[in-house]
Design a protein around this ligand. Structure first.
Ligand SMILES: *[C@@H]1O[C@H](CO)[C@@H](O)[C@H](O)[C@H]1NC(C)=O
Ligand SMILES: *[C@@H]1O[C@H](CO)[C@@H](O)[C@H](O)[C@H]1NC(C)=O
Ligand SMILES: *[C@@H]1O[C@H](CO)[C@@H](O)[C@H](O)[C@H]1NC(C)=O
Length: 383
């Protein structure tokens, strides 16, 4: 009897499991060609040359197979889909959307926030569902390694709202264009479309004296035809040794010096300091609940085609080579086949159509993909 029940339970889960795996995308050239046309229309993709179209189709076909394999491997617990990155090879995705992989800096002890965890934390918490609104809409960085500026600004938007101010979109482009900060000791630098670090960006904003509104200094670096709809020259202080060679083509009239206007800085919004948070994920949760959404970084190589589920790649995820910065907004537990999976909820900057309306969940508790290694927040001047 016991055996029979066991068998039934096993069968039951096998059936459910099979039903959770998304139907594979058709892999034959013919069917994939039809799918490619539909996908191009859906994502308004236009290629200027037929050679490029041919190349993109090859990538698409190879990604279809890759995604089908990922879905099979993850047994429906995490799913992957054809999204806006479906015509990019994983290598191209890494080179244009992600930042070059870097080890996270360790900050001096006095920069760490003192976090006390006394009360037991709730089983779940989500800043996007609180009555106090501290998370702005999901943005799209396009094809530029500017995630670090989006992560920084998203944290500051939250800190501003935590002070009781109206939730407001702040200028990411100002930080991309103007911040060439570096830390000689850690050999880290902010490099515009070639990556950067939130802890340095807070320091730029502190020195600059403020931030413009998104609507006054709007994002243009990674959007529009191919490489961007604006071509800012490197930020003052851009360091070629740490950042690599800057883009070959740039326009002075679209650069920081020509665009930034301190008279438009949001009144009273001043960064006074910044803090790091320990790698202990219980302390990170406690800090986030009391402080507001936090800037975090991770290895996002395997996130390219993520759709839903608790992200925990089997391979290809480093805890020490980070290439993406995002915003931690919550945590919870998902139960899959009676197994409890603790996760973090994270706001991404790849548009609202990506993942779960622009968000993803990632395994919580074991430093998955380095998510706990570069947790920081700006400290705003008290108004
Ligand atoms: C760039 O960074 C390197 C490495 O930290 C440093 O040696 C060099 O002086 C910097 N260059 C400039 C122009 O600041
Ligand atoms: C900057 O100059 C270029 C070339 O003269 C022009 O095409 C572009 O529209 C200008 N951009 C802005 C923001 O004025
Ligand atoms: C993490 O922090 C909590 C609360 O401060 C503490 O109880 C726990 O022992 C820490 N875990 C580790 C692995 O240090």
């Amino acid at each position: 009897m016991k055996l029979l029940v066991g068998l039934c339970v096993a069968l039951y889960f096998a059936v459910i499991e099979a039903s959770l795996i998304p139907d594979p995308y058709p892999e034959s050239k013919e069917d994939a060609a039809t799918l490619f046309q539909l996908w191009k229309t859906d994502y308004s993709k236009v290629y200027r040359k037929s050679a490029e179209e041919g190349y993109r189709f090859e990538m698409f076909v190879s990604n279809v197979k890759h995604i089908n394999n990922l879905n099979k491997q993850h047994r429906g617990e995490v799913t992957f889909e054809l999204n806006q990155f479906a015509d990019m090879s994983p290598a191209e995705f890494r080179n244009t959307v992600l930042m070059p992989k870097r080890t996270p800096p360790v900050h001096p002890p006095h920069k760490y926030m003192k976090v006390s965890v006394t009360d037991p934390l709730p089983e779940s918490f989500d800043w996007t569902e609180q009555s106090t609104q501290v998370v702005t809409s999901v943005k799209d960085q396009g094809s530029a390694g500017t995630c670090w500026a989006f992560s920084t600004i998203a944290n500051i938007e939250g800190q501003w709202a935590m002070q009781g101010k109206t939730l407001t979109d702040l200028s990411v482009e100002q930080v991309v264009d103007c911040d060439g900060s570096k830390d000689e000791k850690d050999q880290k630098a902010d490099c515009g479309v070639f990556g950067g670090w939130p802890f340095l960006a807070y320091q730029y904003i502190q020195k600059a004296g403020g931030l413009e509104l998104w609507t006054d200094y709007s994002y243009c670096s990674g959007i529009g035809g191919g490489k961007g709809s604006c071509f800012p020259c490197p930020a003052p202080g851009y360091n070629k040794t740490l950042c690599g060679p800057p883009a070959e083509y740039c326009l002075k009239n679209e650069s920081c010096a020509a665009k930034v206007d301190p008279s438009k800085f949001v009144p009273d919004l001043k960064v006074a300091d910044w803090k790091a948070i320990s790698q202990n994920e219980t302390e990170i949760a406690a800090a986030m609940m009391t402080t507001g959404p936090l800037s975090v970084a991770l290895d996002a190589t395997m996130l390219q085609f993520y759709r839903r589920g608790v992200f925990a790649p089997f391979v290809g995820c480093s805890k020490t080579a980070l290439d993406h910065a995002v915003l931690l907004v919550g945590w919870g537990i998902e139960t899959v086949f009676l197994e409890k999976k603790p996760y973090w909820k994270v706001k991404n900057s790849w548009g609202e159509r990506w993942g779960q309306k622009g968000y993803f969940n990632i395994k919580r508790g074991n430093g998955e993909c380095g998510i706990n290694t570069q947790v920081t927040s700006a400290v705003l001047q008290k108004a």
